[in-house]
Every structure is written in C-alpha cells, then in structure tokens.
Design a binder for this molecule. Structure first.
Ligand SMILES: [Fe+2]
Ligand SMILES: [Fe+2]
Length: 269
C-alpha cells in the first residue's frame, strides 16, 4: 500500500480544458486519483457519497484497475481498525464524528441533570447518531432504524419522531423554535408536508413527551465549560442498549447491514 505522502503530484498546474489554474478541489481529485492508482486494493465511492458534488447519473467513474490491483472488499486501511465483534462504544470511538458525540453527550447530560429516566437519557444520547455516523438527511429516521433491534420501542419511537418535533414549538415545556434553525435554514424555511404530517401524528401519540424531551434537552451549541465523557454513560447504555454478542453488523438483525456499511463503507459490493 502507498501512503498519500509517497504520491507525487503530477500533471500541470493549469486545467487543460479551461486554461485556468487548477482549483484546490481539482488538485485534490488529481491527488486522489494518483493515490488510487498506487493502492493494491482500490476503495469505491457509493453513489450517495458523491451525489450532489457530481451528477448521480454520471457518478464517480471507477478508474480502471492497474495490473495487480483489485477492488477493496473489506476494511478500508485509511480508517481506524474495528474489532471483530464491534460494540456500540467502538462505533462511538472509531467511526462517529467526535464533535457530534459531544453534542450527544451534552444532551444526555442535560437530561440526566433534569432528572429524567434512563429511557429518555438513552434517547438523548442516541438521538443524532444518524448525523454523526451515517446519513444526515432524514437523520431521525435513519438513527431510529439503526438502534431499533437493540433498545426499548419507546426510545426508537422518540428518536424517529424528534425528526419532526424539533421544528415545532411546545410552550408547555418551554421549547421554542431554535434560533439556530433560523440561521441555518433561513427565516422562511417551512418543513416538508411529510414532516408536518409526522408532527401532527406524534402529537396524538402516548410517547409524545418522550420525543419532545429529546428536543428540550437537545443543545444547539456546545457549552464549552462542560466536558462530558462517554464513560459517564457506559452503565446507562449497558442497561438500555442490548449489545449483540456477535457484534453489531454480525447478528443478522434487520439492520446489521447498516452497521457493516459504517464499518466498511468503501467496499466494491
Ligand atoms: Fe436531531
Ligand atoms: Fe441534536
């Protein structure tokens, strides 16, 4: 295997088609292409990884294999190595975005301080795992699905519903529309009709308040004066997340493939 440092940049400094100096992103693409040419196992990019940056109908065309090269079908050597039987904490430590984890920990910590039960604390701790480790869009739905076989039904329901509830205030518990959403999405942003429908459905549900409490304890900015550690929640997770013996990804659950994809995201098939 060749490391990026060993790859020398080739080609000219200008884009041959436009005659202009190459942009940073063109140079990065070029470097990546050269690096891939020198790997003995070539990782692949699924359509979803590049969609938007490139037109998905064209996609990122795999470079032809060089003699002696094969497509990667296992762990990506550029990523931290996962254990054979990965536990949820391994994903927290080796896959999830570390800044995002602090958001989850601070939300769970706030729920703990506010005296909520372990189901609510666990829901807060896991509510954005879609964002930190998998797919941002529709993150409440992806996140709920990821944990569904391993947690109480109420936790899954709450994570799924927080996708919609976070856009709607509930003055009875002091939840107002987040200022940050105005900055992020613009003052005129209106959720899609499917989100509004999900909100209206959730209002009538017996677990409405569980999901609402995720939004109440959802911190929209870090408190830089508070540092929360994952270790502080290991016991609560141990009691509320049924870790499969075979490891996440290998327990043949309906979502095992999703955990495998986070573990080995660049396999060819
Ligand atoms: Fe969220
Ligand atoms: Fe959140």
């Amino acid at each position: 295997m060749t490391t990026a440092a060993q790859v020398t940049t080739g080609g000219g400094a200008t884009n041959e088609a436009t005659g202009r100096p190459k942009t940073l992103s063109e140079r990065a693409d070029e470097l990546e292409e050269q690096m891939l040419k020198q790997l003995d196992r070539v990782p692949s990019k699924s359509p979803l990884y590049t969609m938007g940056d490139v037109d998905p109908r064209v996609g990122t065309v795999a470079q032809p294999l060089q003699p002696g090269q094969f497509f990667l079908q296992g762990p990506d050597p550029r990523l931290p190595k996962m254990p054979d039987k990965p536990a949820l904490l391994d994903f927290f430590n080796l896959r999830f975005r570390q800044g995002g984890i602090q958001h989850l920990l601070q939300s769970a910590n706030l729920a703990l301080k506010n005296g909520h039960n372990e189901k609510i604390i666990t829901a807060c701790l896991l509510h954005d795992i879609g964002v930190v480790g998998f797919i941002r869009a529709d993150h409440g739905y992806w996140g709920a699905q990821l944990v569904e076989p391993y947690v109480d039904e109420e936790i899954t329901w709450a994570i799924r519903a927080h996708q919609a509830l976070r856009f709607y205030p509930d003055e009875s518990v002091g939840y107002t529309y987040p200022e940050q959403y105005i900055r992020n999405f613009g003052a005129d942003y209106k959720p899609e009709p499917y989100i509004e429908a999900a909100y209206k459905e959730a209002l009538k549900h017996k677990w409405y308040m569980t999901s609402r409490l995720i939004t109440v304890n959802d911190l929209y900015s870090f408190d830089p004066n508070v540092e929360v550690h994952l270790e502080d929640f290991v016991d609560i997770l141990g009691r509320n997340f049924r870790q499969p013996e075979e490891g996440l990804g290998f327990d043949n659950s309906p979502v095992a493939h999703m955990w495998r994809t986070m573990m080995w995201p660049t396999r060819f098939l």
